[in-house]
Design a protein around this ligand. Structure first.
Ligand SMILES: Cc1cc2nc3c(=O)[nH]c(=O)nc-3n(C[C@H](O)[C@H](O)[C@H](O)COP(=O)(O)O)c2cc1C
Length: 368
């Protein structure tokens, strides 16, 4: 198979495979391993303070001389408003689990994202080659500034409307996120239920609607998914869950085991971890917190208030109170080093493409 697409030319990578940025899970080692293998490694920097982000970028550069991406959340999602009454109600809900896990008092919400302006300034100063962002509205000035240093900008859309808005804002590549995807739904321009289109339906519609390369994301776990996405018109794929079992990432061992044992029925889109819809492996927290979903604090306060419970759960190797983001393809995750995973994906794509050439003979006139 020819691995070259519009995307590989634009991003100067060998294979049209992007390892998804995963805030809290991606590491410089993961990013560099993917980029060194010819894919595009991406670091999820949304919750990384600016000074640390600079160290991360320098560490990636020490490990690879290939292109890589750094991802932030659009600045609009950093702040939220809620009353002390709402906070008191949610603290009360958390208290019983804190007591059960001896996690101490429920903490006050603090800022855990950004600040975008300072993070972004670091990325500009470090002249990162590729910037991507999740959520919206699009930070138009930031996109322009990235372009002035010759860098490319990628952003996620969950429907055609969002894809058009992002292209209008200057984004170079659209990541079309189907509802199978692990992690947060990036929906920003419509109600959430209008941004839950499956990958196979979403990709061709976005491809038809915009003139820039489209990357398919959501439920793509192996070469079958990659070839299918290319057949749907995508120029490449972005895969997150497939990299969750790689040893280079930064997830707790209980989370890794939940990924390796995950089944097709195990994930759910829920707002209870963060205040925004995200796909995660169902656990006790999801089941019990769903009763209080109307009282969940807005994003990102809900993630912040849950930080001590997640930490206690992790320390006790208890998967029941950790936000284990994962997509619907989780059962297909393989525990391979990231570089080997890229090599295997590329080889398998070549084998599938060759087999498909034989299969599509059936469409030749007179073949029956
Ligand atoms: C653990 C995890 C964390 C994620 N964090 C981010 C993030 O920080 N920024 C982002 O743009 N997307 C993030 N995503 C979403 C991915 O970019 C992508 O849409 C998704 O992984 C694709 O679906 P898949 O998981 O089925 O491959 C995350 C996904 C996962 C699984």
């Amino acid at each position: 198979m020819n691995n070259k697409t519009e995307l590989t030319h634009l991003l100067k990578i060998a294979h049209p495979i992007i390892q998804a940025p995963m805030a809290g899970a991606s590491t410089p080692e993961l990013v560099a391993a993917v980029s060194n293998a010819g894919g595009l490694g991406s670091y999820g920097g949304a919750a990384t303070p600016p000074a640390q982000l600079r160290q991360v970028v320098r560490r990636i550069r020490a490990l690879t001389d290939r292109p890589f991406a750094v991802n932030l959340f659009a600045p609009a999602v950093e702040e939220c408003e809620f009353t002390s009454q709402q906070q008191a109600v949610m603290s009360e809900v958390f208290t019983r689990w804190h007591n059960e896990l001896n996690a101490g008092p429920v903490p006050e919400p603090i800022s855990i994202l950004g600040p975008f302006a300072e993070q972004f300034a670091v990325l500009l100063e470090e002249r990162i080659p590729i910037f991507s962002f999740h959520f919206g509205p699009a930070p138009v000035d930031a996109i322009r500034e990235m372009h002035t240093i010759g860098s490319r900008v990628l952003a996620t859309a969950t429907n055609v409307r969002e894809a058009k808005i992002l292209v209008e804002a200057g984004v170079d590549v659209i990541i079309a996120q189907g509802s199978e995807a692990g992690g947060h739904r990036s929906t920003f321009a419509t109600p959430y239920d209008q941004g839950t289109i499956g990958t196979a339906s979403l990709i061709p519609q976005v491809v038809d609607a915009v003139s820039v390369p489209v990357v398919a994301a959501g439920g793509i776990m192996d070469a079958r998914g990659i070839v299918a996405a290319l057949a749907l018109g995508a120029s490449g794929v972005q895969m997150g869950t497939a990299f969750l079992a790689c040893p280079e990432n930064n997830i707790p061992e209980v989370y890794r085991q939940a990924v390796l044992n995950g089944q097709d029925e195990d994930t759910v889109i829920t707002e209870v971890f963060s205040g925004r819809p995200a796909r995660a492996i169902r656990n006790r927290f999801v089941r019990e917190m769903e009763h209080y979903r109307d009282q969940v604090l807005p994003f990102p306060a809900q993630i912040s208030i849950g930080r001590r419970l997640r930490q206690a759960s992790t320390e006790q190797s208890n998967p029941e109170f950790i936000s284990m983001w994962a997509g619907q393809g989780v059962a297909l995750a393989e525990a391979l080093p990231a570089g080997e995973l890229i090599e295997k994906l590329v080889q398998d794509c070549q084998a599938i493409a060759a087999a498909l050439q034989a299969t599509v003979q059936v469409f030749n006139p007179g073949s029956i």
